[in-house]
Design a protein around this ligand. Structure first.
Ligand code: TXA
Ligand code: MG
Length: 310
């Protein structure tokens, strides 16, 4: 494999030319393009087969660049100081004179923004004079990719370059917090609600995804491994894989565990790769046992619920 620095230079060249490049982040891999270019952003939607009404997240390296495009407030400052760079996405009001493509945020008044923590992507962003629009690097409704090969599986040769950052540290997407109204969480993710509550000194509510139309991508069927997923199962049926939080039964081929020792971080990190693995092994469906609904468990359950949606 070529040296990462020459690959970052290649990525810069493609992106400046409004081409699309897959990038590693600490959460999942992203399918990135110049957020100021209509052409680049439309390419992202078409590669992903994503409906144009479902807005993208814009990724920044410097806060001064973000301030060109959206209006920040005191809550933003507090959360930024504590959690950025990191797996937290803010929904803010877009500035009227921002250069962002109108396709990025589906022509809404608001814009979702974040500061990724991965060093390779930070290095790339620092060399660009535009921010990167980047949804998860998967075909719409499928599982998010957590390593180079996953992205390859999704897009093959349809994209010119995938920057290899190894396996992602967090393994599921950023938490989305809406700061344009009363603070609310639109998607649970890498920063837990408990962490946010501690900094903001108040209780926060997670919007019920079936009722929540604020984040269009949170509606309905999503994160699908390509086979049916059945929740709160006690036992697997014939030909079913059985996914448990903690492994309780040994020596059964169809049993998979998210963690060996009950560590929630490890469980979150393994979720998408184990779902991908189960599908590859040829099982016809997946039964999932109950997963603790605390901390990152909320994000795990959110993804599994959407994967099981019919
Ligand atoms: O961890 C992440 O956030 C990853 C990495 C690549 O950064 N990105 C990611 O993007 O998960 P995506 O496109 O798969 O999910 C973005 C979510 C969608 O559910 C979308 O509806 C929501 O963010 N969203 C984007 N802009 C929004 C806005 N202005 N208001 C409300 N929700 C928004
Ligand atoms: Mg996604």
């Amino acid at each position: 494999m070529k040296n990462i620095h020459s690959n970052i230079e290649r990525a810069k060249k493609y992106l400046t030319n409004n081409d699309i490049v897959a990038i590693p982040t600490e959460t999942v891999y992203g399918l990135a393009g110049n957020a100021y270019s209509n052409k680049a952003v439309k390419k992202i939607f078409s590669l992903k087969k994503r409906p144009l009404k479902n807005p993208l997240i814009v990724h920044y390296y410097r806060i001064k660049d973000l301030k060109q495009d959206c209006i920040v407030n005191e809550t933003f400052n507090k959360l930024y100081r504590k959690f950025c760079p990191g797996p937290l996405t803010f929904v803010l009001n877009k500035k009227k004179n921002s250069k962002l493509s109108k396709y990025v945020n589906a022509n809404k008044k608001t814009i979702a923004v974040r500061f990724p923590k991965n060093k390779i992507t930070q290095n790339l962003l620092s060399k660009l004079n535009f921010p990167l629009a980047a949804p998860s690097a998967n075909i719409s409704t499928r599982l998010s990719p957590v390593k180079f090969d996953d992205v390859k599986e999704e897009f093959g040769n349809k994209i010119k370059l995938i920057l290899d950052g190894g396996k992602t540290k967090i393994g599921l997407e950023s938490t989305i917090v809406d700061l344009t109204n009363k603070i609310s969480i639109l998607r649970p993710g890498g920063i837990t609600i408990e962490q946010l509550e501690k900094v903001l000194h108040r209780k926060l509510k997670l919007k019920n995804f079936l009722k929540n139309i604020k984040s269009p991508g949170q509606l309905g069927f999503h994160y699908s491994p390509g086979i049916p997923v059945r929740l709160n199962a006690k036992y697997p049926k014939k030909n079913e894989a059985f996914l448990q939080f903690l492994s309780k039964t040994k020596n059964k081929n169809n049993y998979f565990a998210l963690t060996k020792n009950g560590n929630m971080r490890e469980a979150a990190k393994n979720l998408f790769s184990i779902l991908r693995l189960i599908k590859k092994k040829g099982y016809s469906s997946i039964a999932v046992s109950k997963i603790p609904n605390k901390g990152l468990g909320l994000a795990i359950n959110d993804r599994l619920k959407k994967a099981s949606y019919k």
